[in-house]
Design a protein around this ligand. Structure first.
Ligand code: SF4
Length: 933
């Protein structure tokens, strides 16, 4: 028998049971308890799960889910106790090894890991001088700021106000991280989701492009609860994902072939007469007439001089006449639009042209997707396709879509196909139906902060009055505009006019080396008929992106200020692209963060930001429809500061240095003048926006003025309850996108106003639009949803790499938390199927090389039967420094963009923040996995 080595007693530990009991009791003592949460880009509460944070001796010792959500709808489970394991660890992160406590300045080569602690004074003076140098040398476009998922509380607000006052470009956060859904935008002119308790009303949940067991932890219980309510849950994913064991069906579609599966289901719906005719006629563009001579919609401008380009037509079955489709309402009145047939219409020049409804073209296009044919493409048995189609057609169906469609090259086609299936079966605008993607939820007082000229309730009222007047003017310009359409129009115009909030793609193309990658024809779809650059130039020549193509090619970047992001981890192409192409051009790189990220390690300065429990906030989201309070629990650690204070000090230092250097104003490329000498006053609105506690209280007050929370809500009432249910959406374009009235006693399903009140959609045709007659879409054969195989991005390799958010972090937040590392293997891994591993003689947990023409990374193999043959998965969130030589999977991602997403000059295909824009993608990148010799 082996002898046991006597255990040395640990300091502070005692074998005395009484003392142990005391210690245990002391563990659960505290001086005060405050409200908290973690305002990061987590889902689906987006940083608003209500928590109680326990403070002892000035330190946050632990936190727990508050469980204070009231019941919203009788008979529907409540949200309690919303939270996840990352949330439960934030108090630990206050004292984590990776926490940045003091301003740091690089003391060696970039990335050498050598730092010196400097004062705020020194850091901000040097950064301010770097900014002024850049403006003098190049112009304000040389100073830019990428968005960051960690910056959602104060960072984003401060960053935006700073950018709008200086003209320094701020790249679109969703463009940066790829959380756009081009398919959803093409279809409805917006992004939406539902409150997650609405799933309880679904009869069928299609969990598609989503792995909620990993990514929707706070609301995952609704999947189980819905099943007890009779809901069938179907997981559609190539791998037997961690969510699959909890579903009724797992449908193992081949990677990137979801559109084929979905369109085949659409064909079954048509063939078996399961189409919801009335819904299709009223809500969609499928009855609109298309000219057969040029495949364009029939427009009023075809029929008469001065006719509108955006006036479309039905063929009325009752009167047998071609009639205008009302742009101001979806109400069909006495009209019964035909879905089939061909008709002759006389053009303004006297010519007769044959026209047909989109529906008829769709029926023809779907001939390619006979289930037996589609099965060969998507790998799903034809009987399963038929069974699913019948279920969707007969049940209240919700497409529980994650954020992954936009991460596929042809994700737009997958999304459009999925929404087409919902359309044909009448599955949106009713409880338990519709899509779930994301949008930014109801507007709150924080949305006004960027525009405030002073503090106080009157300023909030004045800003709202001014906004209302602008909307009234836009609605007078075109009386068919609803508030939603007018707000969207305003967002388009403001984006083009302001030009400081810009899509990411131009910056990547002009300054980060992506031009070469995007011009690799062999990595694009073969239906791209011309060179990529030809499309790019055409988009520019036609002014489709006027005002937002910054920073332009003649304005090389010199200063980068990243706030709560991690470019080198998250950007497809990662270090491969940035360190090689962008970094040499940058003279000053600043990382504002709570932690030392991989990007921070390659920066010149790292400025310590205050963490979740170190500053107050009030925040809510549509996923729950609740607004939550976060109180400041403890003082910021070390010399950390809330982001608002960091920018405030930077503005102040810029003003001082500008005066000292006698460089007090400058112009941007459009001739607009910006002043530096009063930047501190402008940023703080004459010293009125200084204190976070006051700004949060005013934000709550402004939310009540906006009526997005009850009128009697204030900071004190929120301190009592912690949360309050939203009561309205507010006048904000992204908020109005939900197009449904807020009910405080019901779950929220989007689009009810489109169905119940016949409110038109913000698309070119004012209907859910499945036919895109833009020249480029016609050229590509993508005027209707179709399936195309993923292109061979990354090179000619046998495996396809997919990804997804992992279970153990929110982006890279918490990924090195010691407690969380102990809940899994504790290091990055690549999931590989048994057959693929055996074919390469790879053993479980063996370190392997994942590589392609872009680059490589070394990672341990997780050999499992759960991955589909030919598929490998590396979940995202790992810090590059967790890999050997800091070489992360982003290095092997090609970051291709689909050329069609540069299309514009067409109805709703115009930029506004977080919406229509080209997204660099990574899913289905081609790779090989090899043993390391
Ligand atoms: Fe909720 Fe987790 Fe996000 Fe915290 S980190 S708000 S607990 S989902």
């Amino acid at each position: 028998m082996a002898r046991r080595t006597p255990q040395k007693r640990l300091p502070g530990r005692s074998s005395d049971t009484k003392n142990n009991g005391d210690q245990y009791r002391r563990r659960w003592k505290w001086d005060k308890v405050v409200w908290g949460s973690h305002v990061v880009d987590c889902y689906p509460t987006v940083g608003s799960c209500p928590y109680r944070v326990y403070v002892r001796d000035g330190a946050a010792v632990f936190e727990e889910q508050a469980g204070v959500f009231p019941v919203v709808e009788k008979g529907v489970p409540d949200f309690n106790p919303a939270g996840c394991q990352k949330g439960a660890c934030w108090a630990q992160q206050l004292r984590a090894d990776e926490r940045v406590l003091y301003p740091l300045k690089r003391a060696g080569e970039r990335g050498a890991g050598k730092w010196q602690r400097v004062s705020w004074d020194q850091a901000l003076t040097e950064i301010a001088d770097g900014i002024i140098d850049a403006v003098q040398e190049v112009g304000p476009e040389a100073v830019f700021s990428p968005g960051g998922a960690n910056a959602m509380a104060w960072g984003m607000v401060a960053q935006r106000r700073f950018s709008s006052l200086t003209g320094f470009p701020l790249t679109d956060w969703d463009g940066d991280i790829g959380d756009c859904s081009p398919g959803m935008y093409l279809t409805w002119g917006k992004h939406v989701d539902a409150s997650q308790d609405d799933f309880f009303h679904s009869e069928l949940l299609l969990v598609w492009f989503c792995n909620p067991a990993y990514t929707r932890i706070p609301v995952y219980h609704y999947l189980s609860e819905a099943r007890y309510n009779g809901t069938e849950v179907v997981i559609i994913a190539p791998d037997f994902s961690p969510s699959a064991p909890h579903a009724d069906y797992h449908v193992p579609v081949k990677v990137g072939t979801d559109a084929a599966l979905c369109l085949s289901m659409c064909k079954v719906v048509l063939d078996e007469g399961l189409v919801e005719d009335r819904f299709v006629r009223e809500q969609t563009d499928l009855p609109l007439l298309v000219r057969l001579d040029n495949r364009k919609f029939l427009r009023a401008s075809d029929l008469r001089d001065g006719g509108r380009e955006d006036q479309f037509f039905f063929h009325d079955h009752r009167s047998q006449r071609v009639v205008e489709a009302d742009r101001g309402t979806l109400d069909l009145g006495e009209v019964e639009p035909s879905l089939e047939g061909t008709y002759h219409v006389e053009m303004k020049d006297g010519a007769s042209v044959e026209v047909t409804p989109v529906f008829q073209l769709l029926a023809q296009a779907l001939q390619r997707y006979e289930p037996d044919e589609a099965s060969r493409v998507c790998g799903v048995h034809a009987d399963t396709i038929r069974m699913l189609a019948r279920k969707v057609a007969s049940k209240r169906t919700h497409a529980y879509e994650g954020l992954a469609t936009g991460k596929y090259y042809h994700g737009d086609l997958m999304g459009r196909s999925m929404y087409l299936l919902l359309a044909l079966t009448g599955n949106w605008g009713k409880k338990g139906t519709g899509p779930t993607f994301w949008n930014s939820g109801p507007s709150t007082g924080v949305h006004l902060l960027q525009a405030r000229r002073t503090s106080g309730a009157q300023e909030a009222k004045d800003l709202l009055t001014a906004l209302r007047q602008v909307l009234d003017a836009l609605e007078a310009e075109d009386p068919t505009r609803t508030d939603e359409i007018a707000l969207t129009e305003l967002a388009h115009r403001m984006s083009a006019l302001d030009g400081w909030h810009v899509p990411t793609a131009w910056w990547l193309y002009y300054h980060c080396g992506y031009r070469d990658v995007w011009n690799r024809r062999d990595w694009h779809d073969p239906s791209m008929r011309r060179e990529f650059d030809e499309y790019f130039r055409e988009a520019l020549d036609k002014n489709w992106w006027a005002g937002v193509t910054a920073p332009p090619p003649d304005k090389p970047p010199r200063v980068m200020i990243e706030v709560g992001g991690n470019l080198l981890r998250r950007t497809r192409g990662g270090q491969n692209m940035f360190l090689r192409n962008l970094w040499p051009q940058l003279k000053t790189i600043v990382s504002v963060d709570v932690k030392m990220s991989s990007t921070g390690l390659w920066s010149d300065y790292v400025l310590p930001a205050a963490q979740q429990h170190e500053r107050p906030h009030a925040h809510g989201y549509a996923g729950t429809m609740f607004y939550s309070l976060l109180e400041k629990a403890v003082e910021p650690a070390g010399e950390a500061l809330p982001e608002w204070q960091i920018f405030r000090r930077l503005c102040s230092r810029l003003a001082e240095r500008a005066k000292a250097r006698e460089f007090t104003q400058y112009q941007d490329g459009r001739g607009r003048t910006f002043r530096l000498d009063n930047l501190d006053e402008a940023f703080t609105a004459g010293d009125t926006l200084v204190d976070e506690e006051q700004m949060v209280a005013e934000g709550v007050e402004a939310s009540a003025i906006m009526r997005t929370v009850p009128e009697d809500t204030n900071i004190e009432s929120l301190r009592e309850t912690g949360v309050v249910h939203f009561t309205d959406w507010g006048l904000f374009p992204n908020a109005q996108s939900y197009a449904t009235d807020v009910q405080t006693n019901e779950s929220m399903a989007p689009f009810r106003n489109h169905l119940d009140k016949k409110v038109p959609y913000p698309t070119l045709t004012r209907r859910a639009q499945f036919y895109i007659d833009h020249d480029w879409f016609l050229e590509a054969g993508e005027e209707l949803p179709c399936h195309k195989d993923p292109p061979r991005m990354g090179g000619d390799y046998p495996l396809v790499l997919t990804s997804g958010h992992n279970r153990w972090s929110v982006h890279s937040n918490n990924i090195v938390n010691r407690l969380l590392l102990q809940t899994h293997r504790g290091h990055p891994h690549v999931v590989i199927g048994q057959a693929d591993a055996e074919a390469r003689a790879i053993e479980n947990d063996e370190e392997v090389l994942v590589h392609n023409d872009m680059g490589s990374c070394m990672v341990r193999a997780k050999v499992t039967p759960l991955a589909q043959p030919g598929q490998v998965i590396i979940y995202n969130g790992w810090e590059p420094y967790q890999f050997r030589d800091w070489q992360a999977p982003s290095n092997i991602e090609a970051g291709m963009v689909k050329w069609l997403h540069f299309a514009g000059g067409y109805g709703h295909l115009r930029y506004w923040p977080f919406m229509w824009q080209p997204i660099h993608v990574e899913r289905a990148t081609r790779v090989e996995v090899s043993k390391i010799s």
